[in-house]
Design a protein around this ligand. Structure first.
Ligand code: G4P
Length: 295
């Protein structure tokens, strides 16, 4: 997985994004950080905290339809303990989207009260949406905008390219001005993002990746893995990922001429089935291991 390191490093990119976000902070009241509920730690940009400074912030755990709901609850609790409101939702079914606006209002309760005291009743609340690629930012914004039958508008006086979306009466979202990246210095993070499909497969060795995923699942989600591929826990304990991959291929009858196992096909199947949650709703980042998460 050495190759991951080089493709993740975008210093110029990050600096541009940092500056853009910083210049927009004065226009917004709060920041909504979109994370992938299967990897809330790995999908969280470590520099975000310093970029958004002390703006009120909240977390949206998206794709919760594919995550372990117990783990998602634990993550919400952990963020709340750190003083950050968090909601879980999914943009496929729309479940949980209705919690977003009330949570922002709660986050900004003191501010809203002081606006009202100053006679600024009904002042528009403006929230910037941030997140690393593929966490579902566009899906979230589109869903929110559609749900509230609002039109997308370009605001005069604001830097071109900024997208404002009205998602409700007196409530606007600002799409992120730029791209945030993830924790490029942590090998495990890179692997987890590759498992969920955030890093394009073309630049990865799929058999190696599927093998690593199988080792992970063998150690952490044995039951789901064994049930899906009809494996016996004792048979795979201590095996290398590639050997488990061969077993999966064999069980699925994926053979090439000469009776050899088509491990390439088996690898694609394992990755596909994991990414579509056919293998089960699996959360890769566990709160116990990530108590230092900072936002
Ligand atoms: P981004 O702006 O942060 O880069 O993410 P985007 O909305 O483009 O979403 C990335 C992929 O994740 C899309 O799939 C999208 O459909 C999917 N997605 C977003 N939210 C959810 C969710 O809550 N649950 C599930 N299961 N999937 C979600 P895609 O295959 O890249 O595109 P498409 O074929 O679905 O259009």
């Amino acid at each position: 997985m050495e190759e991951l390191k080089s493709i993740q490093w975008y210093p110029g990119h990050m600096t541009r994004t940092k500056r853009k976000i910083e210049s927009q902070l004065k226009l917004i009241d709060a920041v909504a950080i979109i994370l992938d509920a299967r990897v809330p730690y790995s999908s969280c940009n470590p520099d975000l905290r310093s970029i958004i400074n002390n703006k009120p912030r909240m977390v949206v755990l998206n794709k919760s339809d594919m995550a372990d709901s117990n783990e998602t609850k634990k993550w919400i609790k952990l963020f709340k303990e750190k003083g950050i409101p968090a909601v879980s939702l999914d943009c496929k079914s729309g479940r949980g989207l209705n919690m977003f606006i009330p949570t922002v209002k709660e986050l900004l309760a003191d501010k809203i009260k002081s606006w009202e005291e100053k006679g600024m009743t009904g002042r528009t609340i403006k929230v910037m949406v941030v997140g690393i690629p593929n966490v579902g930012k566009s899906s979230f914004i589109n869903r929110m905008a559609k749900q509230n039958r609002a039109k997308v508008e370009d605001r005069p006086g604001v830097t071109r390219g900024n997208q404002w979306f009205t998602i409700g009466k007196g409530f606007d979202l600002l799409d992120t001005p730029g791209v945030l990246w993830h924790r490029f210095d942590d090998k495990q993070v890179g692997e987890k993002l590759a498992y969920i499909g955030s890093i394009k497969d073309e630049i990865l060795d799929t058999e190696h990746l599927a093998g690593r995923l199988l080792e992970y699942l063998r150690d952490n989600n044995t039951e789901q893995l064994c049930a899906r591929y009809k494996l016996i826990p004792e048979d795979i304990s201590g095996l290398e990922g590639y050997d488990i991959l061969e077993l999966v291929g064999k069980k699925r009858g994926m053979l090439i001429s000469g009776g050899e196992i088509n491990t390439e096909r088996a690898a694609l199947t394992v990755l596909d089935e994991f990414r579509s949650a056919t293998l089960g709703k699996i959360t890769l980042d566990k709160t116990e291991d990530c108590t230092d998460v900072k936002i």
